[in-house]
Design a protein around this ligand. Sequence first.
Ligand code: AMP
Length: 555
Amino acid sequence: MITDFLDLGLSNEILNAVAELGFEKPTPVQGTIIPQLLAENDDIVCLAQTGTGKTAAFGLPILEYLDQENKETQVLVLSPTRELCRQITQDLQNYAKYLKRIHIVSLYGGAAITGQMKSLKDGAQIIVATPGRLLDIIKRKAADISNINTLVLDEADEMLDMGFKDELDAILESAPEDRRTLLFSATLPKEVEAIARNYMKDPKIVTVGTRNAGAENVEHYYYMVKEEDRYAALKRIADYNPDIYGIIFCRTREETQKIATALQKDGYDADALHGDLSQAQRDNVMSRLKRRALHLLVATDVAARGIDVSGLTHVINYNLPQEIELYTHRSGRTGRADRKGISIAIINQREKGKIKRIEQVIKKEFTRLPIPTAREICEKQLLHLINGINAAEVSTDIDEFLPLINEQWDSIPKEELVKKMLSYEFNRFFDYYRKAKDINIQEKPKKDTDSRKKGERKERKLSRSEKDSKNFVLEECEKGFKWVKINLGYKHNISPRTIVDIARECGANKSDVGRIEITNDCLYVAIKKDLAKKIASQIDGGTLRKYKLTAEVLK
Ligand code: AMP
């Protein structure tokens, strides 16, 4: 692996642009991939995530061997979301700053297609696109990928996860055979392997740290509260961290909007990012976040995919993600560029098992923290205010107003004045926290007191599966959905992804499938009301691996 940009074999134009961006040395993925891409012509599967510097890893060599005189499309980069598309395009434009005749166009859904088709008129040597929109534009004969020499599949696992399989197949089949294909993915599920097998020529597999570059710097904490105290816990966490600059992850668009609105009402610089917003609204939110005019972004996983904002201090899981792998994506938004990052999960008592399973996946331990008390929060906020006042530069502009100020305040003793000023800033907190109760859950010691009372001498040890399934309480199903109970659980090695796949095979779309709760013995999947019966009857009687499936719609 090369550790100096000067040794990578890049031209001065590109090196200058990279230096201007403040990149001092190549990241591991860059040091490994760039020399290979420049020297050889092999297809490559690279296991790397957002945050590892992979855009420059493929972007710099691509720009290096682009024919600037040729206006045809030579390179196609496919990415799962519009945000990532725009980000890659912006990054490539930055790297190409000193290359004169390079035209890069991005094509993604959610924006007018006519404008995008127009932007292709003058030729686009590089197209960065989401699969669906690109196919649409190819069908309208406004884009031509028949002469590309390089095809990049960025975040391939996400693209497949988002249901772009058919679009990808169509695009991969219509691209010229002698192209080079580079596939980037955080994980290597069998669907991604199948793409590599079917559409790539003997690809080299390069693994450069499967975790985010910053994952080592992230500390993981959880707070345990009753379900009804989740929002109060969020507020306390935010108040206890006066310099917080972070993303709060929710599971659904509705919840995202609800939490963002509540936070705004409660006086926080917060806003929502989810799929129901228009492109202009999303751009506005993102630009405010990047300028730090917004301190808390409340987002769904899909909307936040690929977002790269530097310096985020916290990631808060308002609810843990349904799929454990998503936790890594979420927490990877913080702890970048050698900064410390904090990933927090707010959980209820029934979710402790999930924390254990996440620990196994991320290979790090969580620390449980008590929810800060009202007093601790007020003290922290007060100190923050005092430190801010201490650090303030005194402007000479204030001098001319001194007589007026003195006239107003001369008669008030200093101590009284300080109290008044701090109270003025602070009464919001005092008012709120005066009535605040302790919302921590005290864990009970695990004793079977009932059976002791009854004089049962032999305490039967419950197996893990009995315990979990016994303690499990199914919540009310989300609006518009119905719980479908299926007879397989963790002990049958079932993951949420398997369930989504089964539901899909039975004709459900991703949006038809809601929450999934898995216990050891069985699982519950929320399916859109009007489809629940049909899907359950299709699952019922089928088999998965060696297991016979039963499925029923719950009342
Ligand atoms: P990516 O994984 O491509 O999304 O990149 C993550 C972030 O790291 C982006 O903000 C890049 O601008 C930044 N970055 C990429 N390469 C380097 C480098 N060699 N040194 C410092 N920052 C970098």
